[in-house]
Ligand binder design. Structure first.
Ligand SMILES: [Cu+2]
Length: 163
C-alpha cells in the first residue's frame, strides 16, 4: 500500500501523525494534572485534621465582653467552644464564616463546634441584643460598654504551604 502513496500523501500523513502525537501528549498532561490535584490534597478541598481543640469563653458579668476575645487556632481543627454566660440576661455568639449562630441563655452554658476549614481572620460577635451599661458601676476605664462592643477575633492559621 505504501508504495501507492504519492510524496504529497506521505507528507500529509506525517503532519497528521504529528498532530495526533501532540494531541495525545496534551491529553496525558491534562490527565496528569487532574490526577495530581486529586491525589495531592489540593488546598481548595476543605481541610480536616481530625484534631479537636477545646476552648472555653466566658461572657463576663456586665462587661459585654467575651473572655478571651482573641483566639488563634489551626486550620482544619475541630473547634469545640464552651461558652459560659455570667449575666442574668441572654447573649449570643455568631461566627459568620463558619455558620455559627447560637443563643447563650442567661446564666447558662452552651457548646458549639465547627471545623476551621479556611484560614484567615474572622470576627465573632454577640448576636442577641443584650443591652448596655446604664450605670456608673459597670463602666470600664470610664467607658460604658454594650452589645455592639461584644466582639472578638478568631485567627485561623493556614496549614498549607501556599500561605
Ligand atoms: Cu449582645
Amino acid at each position: 500500500m505504501a508504495n501507492l502513496l504519492h510524496k504529497g500523501d506521505a507528507i500529509f500523513y506525517y503532519r497528521m501523525n504529528k498532530y495526533i502525537i501532540l494531541g495525545i501528549v496534551l491529553v496525558a498532561l491534562i490527565g496528569a494534572g487532574i490526577a495530581f490535584r486529586y491525589f495531592s490534597g489540593d488546598e481548595r478541598k476543605p481541610l480536616d485534621t481530625g484534631i479537636v481543640r477545646e476552648i472555653t469563653i466566658t461572657t463576663k458579668k456586665d462587661q459585654w465582653k467575651f473572655e478571651p476575645d482573641d483566639i488563634t487556632v489551626n486550620q482544619g481543627d475541630k473547634i469545640v467552644l464552651t461558652i459560659i454566660n455570667e449575666d442574668i440576661y441572654d447573649h449570643g455568639i455568631a461566627i459568620d464564616a463558619f455558620g455559627v449562630s447560637e443563643r447563650i441563655p442567661a446564666l447558662g452554658t452552651i457548646k458549639v463546634s465547627f471545623v476551621a476549614t479556611q484560614p484567615g481572620e474572622f470576627p465573632f460577635y454577640c448576636s442577641v441584643p443584650c443591652g448596655e451599661c446604664e450605670k456608673k458601676s459597670c463602666e470600664i476605664n470610664g467607658a460604658r460598654r454594650g452589645h455592639i462592643d461584644q466582639v472578638g477575633k478568631l485567627h485561623v492559621k493556614s496549614m498549607t504551604t501556599t500561605e
